[in-house]
Ligand binder design. Structure first.
Ligand code: MF3
Ligand code: CO
Length: 270
């Protein structure tokens, strides 16, 4: 399968899906607190996706049982919501997706609850910034591996972190996971050229220790083998027909964050 190229009309539908994901994550950000269960977060997301006219792309995906992934502390991605109660100082990664009219959105963020260890906060900040650095590197005319190269270079400039190798970003469109796979590390200048109509989910996953992971007995939860804490940020972005990027899952289309990286976002999807 070749990389799916979307036209402006299709991107407008993808923006609706992406915005619903962004709004759902914002709602979770506002409501997460010490003492709540991860299932309570799932219920908020499920209700909001329904209210917004979307459906969940996670629910039923290879048998996945919930609407979002909630990964706590040494869990890095794909944690399954349940009766676990959030404790003071936990760091929580929440991943959410939605479908509207057949088009997918996918995004994630990490956040601390209660009193957060400054080293955990730095882990999350580095991960988030690396996502923006990666999106900024995914310019019209760049090569795919420029994204992962920039992410790796930024993360390594900030300290000693493990960058997960077995998981990465992906194309997104009429399926949640499409070609190409987007590594969060590697040499620059390789892979397909990034061109208008390409939509990519960029999702760095890093730990305070080793990048080695294993999957728990629930067949989903990815944890670091050294028990170090992890962070995960994700946004889906597109190169618009005018050659400028637009972050489909950001409330402002990525305008403020990409401007900080020296990049102007397209106004075609506003
Ligand atoms: N959203 C994840 C990703 O970024 C995939 C979640 S898998 C699921 O690729 F089964 F939980 F949906
Ligand atoms: Co994804």
């Amino acid at each position: 399968m070749a990389i799916q190229i979307k036209d402006l009309e299709q991107l407008k539908v993808m923006r609706r899906a992406g915005l619903l994901v962004g709004q759902t994550l914002q709602l979770l950000r506002e409501n997460i607190k010490v003492g709540m269960t991860t299932d309570a977060l799932d219920a908020i997301a499920s209700a909001n996706i329904k209210r917004g006219g979307g459906t969940s792309n996670f629910l039923g995906y290879h048998g996945y049982p919930k609407t979002i992934c909630v990964s706590v502390n040494n869990e890095i991605v794909h944690g399954i919501p349940g009766s676990r109660v959030l404790n003071d100082g936990d760091i929580v990664s929440i991943d959410c997706g939605a479908i509207i009219d057949g088009w997918h959105g996918d995004a994630a963020f990490s956040i601390g609850v209660g009193n957060v260890d400054p080293a955990d906060q730095k882990l999350m900040d580095v991960c988030e910034e690396s996502m923006w650095v990666g999106i900024a590197a995914g310019k019209n005319g760049a090569r795919l591996s420029d994204i992962g190269h920039s992410i790796e270079k930024y993360v390594n400039s900030q300290g000693t972190y493990g960058i997960l190798q077995e998981y990465g970003g992906h194309g997104i469109g009429t399926e949640m996971h499409q070609e190409p796979h987007v590594l969060n590390f590697g040499k620059a200048g390789n892979g397909p050229e990034i061109i208008p109509g390409m939509a990519l989910a960029i999702e760095p996953m890093i730990t305070r220790g080793s990048a080695k992971t294993k999957v728990l007995g629930d067949n989903w939860t990815v944890v670091s083998t050294d028990q170090s804490r992890g962070a995960h940020f994700e946004n889906s972005f597109v190169i618009c027909p005018d050659g400028k990027p637009f972050v489909l899952t950001s409330l402002d289309g990525g305008k403020i964050e990409l401007l900080r990286q020296g990049i102007e976002v397209s106004d075609l999807l506003i």
